[in-house]
Design a protein around this ligand. Structure first.
Ligand code: CP
Length: 362
């Protein structure tokens, strides 16, 4: 069954086709009113959400389908200890497609292996958020007019910011993209993202702590929230939470056609006064998320009808290594196989298939 777990599950051609479908939906919504008649989307949200869950639900309703699901783990049988796999198998009996958000990294992947319907990763811990990236790509395409020849600044929590991780993975596929990573030292992009996603794909990037210094060269400024829920130590969150606040004053040095994106929700990293600036694209970005999720639902249901399958993972070892990432789904679901994929045979480097934590194997 074809699912969307990571943005790189889709080729550039597939991403381009989704962008074209989303544009057509926004211009001719009436063409799609019955496209998913009698189909059901289950939204299984084990973590809070406004945009992702409601835009998925609006997307399915506007395609003529129906929605069911839950918006917190406490109102599902997860509260009684039911596993992600059992939940996915059960819900496959009631729905044609599943969108899942979960605090544990790799949970939607586990669901996709157990479900008999397509599963969409709607955000897994600090790992990735591919449908936010779909919204981001459509926004950059519409606002900047291209997905190539861009300097993109990512600002804020780059360590736990799953939206940034997925966006960077997607942008490696486009020509002449320069990345400026703007974060406090403690919240820098993880090493595996820098070396295995950016450097291996020949992507040019610089790191800085200064938003003011970076802003004049940017075509896109991607602001992110410092996420209270990802910190083990509240004192560290308190120290870092106001690291970056985008104000009208700071925008004076920005290009006239720069666009400001933010996956939202914001806390106070963008002053509300910036909302009136035509460069502020974040609420249009939230609308684009609905169009892209409509296009995605259409694609995955169409592929399910044709019997499309996910590619099997290659070069894996099962239960020879153990994942020690406390945020990995293997930390709570004890019966899952600890499965690692070889990413560098010469150096013996392996990555957990659920959360991408690194292990050395001799
Ligand atoms: N961007 C995003 O994921 O927002 P929500 O948490 O409100 O879904």
């Amino acid at each position: 069954m074809r699912s969307l777990i990571d943005i790189t599950d889709f080729s550039v051609a597939e991403l381009d086709a989704l962008l074209q479908t989303a544009c057509d939906i926004s211009e001719h919504p009436e063409k799609y009113w019955d496209a998913c008649a009698h189909k059901k989307l289950a939204t299984l949200f084990f973590e809070p959400s406004t945009r992702t869950r409601l835009s998925f639900e609006a997307a399915m309703l506007e395609l003529g389908g129906s929605v069911l699901g839950f918006s917190e783990a406490g109102s599902s049988s997860a509260a009684k200890g039911e596993s992600v796999a059992d939940t996915a198998k059960t819900v496959s009996n009631y729905a044609d497609i599943i969108a899942m958000r979960h605090p544990k990294e790799g949970a939607p992947y586990v669901a996709s292996k157990a479900a008999t319907v397509p599963v969409i990763n709607a955000g897994d811990g600090g790992h990735c958020h591919p449908t936010q990236t779909l919204a981001d790509l459509l926004t950059i395409y519409r606002e900047n007019g291209r997905l190539h020849d861009l300097t993109i600044g990512c600002c804020g929590d780059l360590k736990y910011g799953r939206t940034v991780h997925s966006l960077l993975a997607a942008m490696t596929r486009y020509e002449n993209i320069k990345i400026v990573l703007i974060s406090p030292e403690e919240l820098q992009l993880p090493g595996y993202m820098k070396y295995e996603v950016l450097e291996k794909n020949g992507m040019s990037y610089v790191e800085t702590t200064s938003l003011e210094e970076a802003i004049p060269e940017l075509d896109v400024l991607y602001m992110t929230r410092i996420q209270r829920e990802r910190f083990d130590d509240p004192a560290v969150y308190e120290r870092l939470k106001d690291s970056y606040i985008l104000t009208v004053d700071k925008l004076k040095d920005a290009k006239a056609d720069m666009r400001i994106l933010h996956p939202l929700p914001r806390v106070n990293e963008i002053s509300v006064k910036v909302d009136n600036d035509p460069r502020a694209a974040y609420f249009r970005q939230a609308l684009n998320g609905k169009y892209m999720r409509m296009a995605l639902i259409l694609k995955l249901l169409d592929e399910a009808a044709k019997g499309a399958q996910m590619e099997e993972e290659q070069n894996v070892v099962v239960n020879e290594l153990r994942c020690e990432n406390p945020r990995c789904i293997t930390s709570t679901e004890q019966e899952l196989d600890h499965t690692f994929k070889c990413v560098d045979a010469e150096k013996g480097i392996y990555r957990c298939i659920y959360c991408e934590a690194k292990k050395q194997k001799n």
